[in-house]
Design a protein around this ligand. Structure first.
Ligand SMILES: Cc1cc2nc3c(=O)[nH]c(=O)nc-3n(C[C@H](O)[C@H](O)[C@H](O)COP(=O)(O)OP(=O)(O)OC[C@H]3O[C@@H](n4cnc5c(N)ncnc54)[C@H](O)[C@@H]3O)c2cc1C
Ligand SMILES: NC(=O)c1ccc[n+]([C@@H]2O[C@H](COP(=O)([O-])OP(=O)(O)OC[C@H]3O[C@@H](n4cnc5c(N)ncnc54)[C@H](O)[C@@H]3O)[C@@H](O)[C@H]2O)c1
Length: 453
């Protein structure tokens, strides 16, 4: 039996920085990773997809030069092999950085293998047993894969990143983060793209206006949507796959060269033998934790996607901060202090913070809404990128900002300014009365708030 001060299962966006921090304060730490250092974000999530989004944008620029008076000779072509090589190099740099950090740390031991509990505080990896009083679970999630697709060739967010030629017709199941980001980028790389969604709105968590605007501009680029559609049959064909759909009671068929499943993610908690620790995941497989990320077993914590408190890299990293700062910096940080925020990295992007209008109304807030279409903003017009709008939601009783959606050029960056005011718990009037550089898209936020009725 090997004894450690702390064991971390999974080298994701919470586990990796935590391993370094624990080792830095002198603890003997084991970091267990079954697949790849850095986890999903680095290897098959944020880093690769945002690298591809950047290549897709260059492709779009090449096709749209004439709109801004620039003649670009015809013949722009996405070379997926080169796009992948660039991505692989970005991923490698990140992973090598983690490897080097581990090699340089005397207190940190990396164990490459899959961890399983064999009793409350003991784990087994590759036949070795190890124990610690403190155990941090950071096992992340994997792509969900409905039974109906089990026997047809299909891609996930992992395998699609291994392709070296552009699919002729990519069918995507699921119109949310993964489906929309991959859908637009492959459309721009030259694929025909059809997205099949069971619901009646794409990116269903958002307000209807956001969802409709995104659908409209993706459709304008040629992405086809089949809404309210369920796959009732899937089969392999000579040229790819054929799906039978049921849409509002009507049957139809769609055939494509490739199929991507983007129907959500399943926590990896089922791989851990959790019952040996006395822990029980919830119905969706998330490991229940308190506001300080501790499970019902003292000394065992769950961080990142597997605890169901967030599904993003910044939420996983914040979980690390909560543990580290409460343990070593005398702070009292809690999950419930976190304000929801994320980007959807289509082009133009969506930056989101706080509540949607629907959520605010459901919670009983009396709301004031400031709203500005991008086509009324000088800088957006100058850039020739006028799709989308900005909207900020205000609590009519307190003047505090409840939420915001910035859909449009720079929206993923602009949202942080609004988020900072939300964290500082100041009223919206602080932004309304601020002076912002001209000409920027953000300069219209004070104007928009000034127009608030
Ligand atoms: C295609 C895609 C794009 C994304 N884009 C974004 C984005 O732009 N912005 C954003 O904020 N988020 C994005 N995300 C989400 C983000 O990647 C995750 O929220 C984040 O990686 C979660 O980190 P984590 O630390 O919880 O787990 P992970 O990063 O998933 O790491 C968990 C690690 O645990 C390992 N592991 C699992 N079980 C065991 C075991 N039993 N023993 C040992 N090791 C184990 C896994 O191999 C993995 O390396 C994206 C996700 C996907 C799939
Ligand atoms: N920009 C980002 O931050 C980013 C990007 C990519 C992924 N992610 C993370 O990855 C996670 C997973 O994303 P996702 O898009 O796979 O899942 P999701 O859970 O957000 O959406 C899945 C979609 O698939 C639809 N769906 C499910 N089953 C279906 C079926 N059988 N037929 C048709 N439609 C079906 C659902 O209605 C839903 O719209 C998200 O939680 C997100 O946090 C984040």
């Amino acid at each position: 039996m090997k004894k450690f001060d702390a064991i971390i299962i999974g080298s994701g966006q919470a586990g990796t920085p935590l391993a370094f921090r624990l080792a830095k304060v002198g603890m003997k730490v084991a970091l267990i990773e079954k697949e790849h250092l850095g986890g999903t974000c680095v290897n098959d999530g944020c880093t690769p997809t945002k690298a591809y989004v950047a290549s897709a944008r260059r492709m779009w620029d090449a096709m749209h030069g004439a709109e801004l008076g620039v003649s670009i000779p015809a013949g722009a072509k996405a070379d997926l092999k080169k796009i992948k090589t660039r991505k692989d190099s970005l991923v490698k740099t990140s992973v090598d950085g983690i490897k080097q950090g581990i090699q340089e740390s005397e207190k940190l031991t990396l164990l490459e293998g899959e961890a399983k509990f064999i009793d409350q505080k003991t784990l087994e990896v590759n036949g070795d047993k190890l124990t610690a009083e403190l155990i941090y679970i950071n096992v992340g999630a994997r792509p969900a894969s409905p039974e109906i697709f089990a026997d047809v060739h299909h891609l996930t967010n992992k395998s699609i990143l291994k392709l070296e030629t552009v699919p002729t017709h990519l069918i995507i199941i699921g119109a949310s983060y993964i489906g929309l980001e991959f859908g637009q980028m492959f459309r721009r790389f030259g694929s025909k793209v059809t997205i099949i969604e069971q619901g009646d709105h794409i990116i269903h968590k958002e307000d209807e206006e956001v969802s409709n605007a995104i659908r409209e501009f993706l459709a304008e680029e040629g992405v086809k949507f089949k809404m309210n559609s369920k796959v009732t049959q899937a089969k392999n064909t000579k040229g790819g796959i054929q799906l039978t759909l049921e849409t509002n009671g009507k049957a139809s068929k769609v055939s494509g060269s490739h199929l991507l499943l983007a129907v959500g993610r399943k926590p990896n908690s089922d791989l851990l033998n959790l019952e040996k620790t006395g822990l029980k995941p919830d119905k969706k497989g998330f490991i229940p934790v308190d506001d300080y990320l501790e499970t019902s077993v003292k000394g065992i914590f769950a961080l990142g996607d597997c605890n169901g408190k967030g599904a993003f890299t910044h939420t996983a990293y914040n979980d690390y901060e909560i543990i580290a700062q409460n343990s070593f910096d005398g702070k009292d940080r809690k999950v419930s202090d976190r304000i929801t925020t994320y980007g959807l990295y289509i082009d133009p992007p969506l930056g989101r913070a706080g509540l949607t209008i629907r959520e605010a109304k459901e919670k009983g807030y009396k709301v004031k809404i400031a709203h500005k279409p991008m086509d009324e903003i000088a800088r957006a017009k100058e850039k020739g990128e006028t799709k989308g709008f900005m909207s900020v939601l205000i609590d009519a009783d307190t003047d505090k900002i409840l939420g915001a959606s910035i859909l449009g050029v720079g929206g993923d960056e602009i949202i942080s300014g609004i988020l900072n005011v939300m964290y500082s718990q100041q009223p919206y009037t602080v932004i309304r009365d601020s002076v912002v550089p001209h000409p920027t898209v953000a300069e219209l936020i004070p104007t928009m708030l000034g127009d608030l009725k």
